[in-house]
Ligand binder design. Structure first.
Ligand code: SF4
Ligand code: SF4
Length: 72
C-alpha cells in the first residue's frame, strides 16, 4: 500500500522562506505566483505525490502547513 497524504497551506501565515520546499522528500512543493495579504508568495503543492510524511509541517517556522494522511 502506497503512502498518501494531503496538505493544507494556510496562505496567510506563509512567509515564502522555502524551508518546506527543501524539506519535502518527494519535491511536490514550490513557491507560488500568488501574493498573500502580507505580500509574501505562499507555498503550493504543484503536483501529485505527497506521501504524508509531515516534514513540511515540522520544518515550517510559521505553522503554515497542516498534513493529513490518507488511508486507502
Ligand atoms: S507531507 Fe511530506 S510529502 Fe507531503 S508535501 Fe509535506 S514534506 Fe512533501
Ligand atoms: S516553511 Fe512555512 S513559511 Fe516557509 S515557505 Fe514553507 S509554508 Fe511558507
Amino acid at each position: 500500500m502506497a503512502k498518501k497524504g494531503r496538505i493544507e497551506v494556510f496562505e496567510q501565515f506563509c512567509k515564502s522562506c522555502g524551508l518546506c520546499v527543501t524539506a519535502c522528500p518527494v519535491k511536490v512543493l514550490r513557491i507560488s505566483e500568488k501574493t498573500n495579504a502580507k505580500g509574501y508568495r505562499p507555498v503550493e503543492q504543484f503536483k501529485e505525490g505527497c506521501v504524508g510524511c509531515g516534514m513540511c509541517a515540522m520544518t515550517c517556522p510559521d505553522a503554515a502547513i497542516e498534513v493529513f494522511r490518507i488511508e486507502e
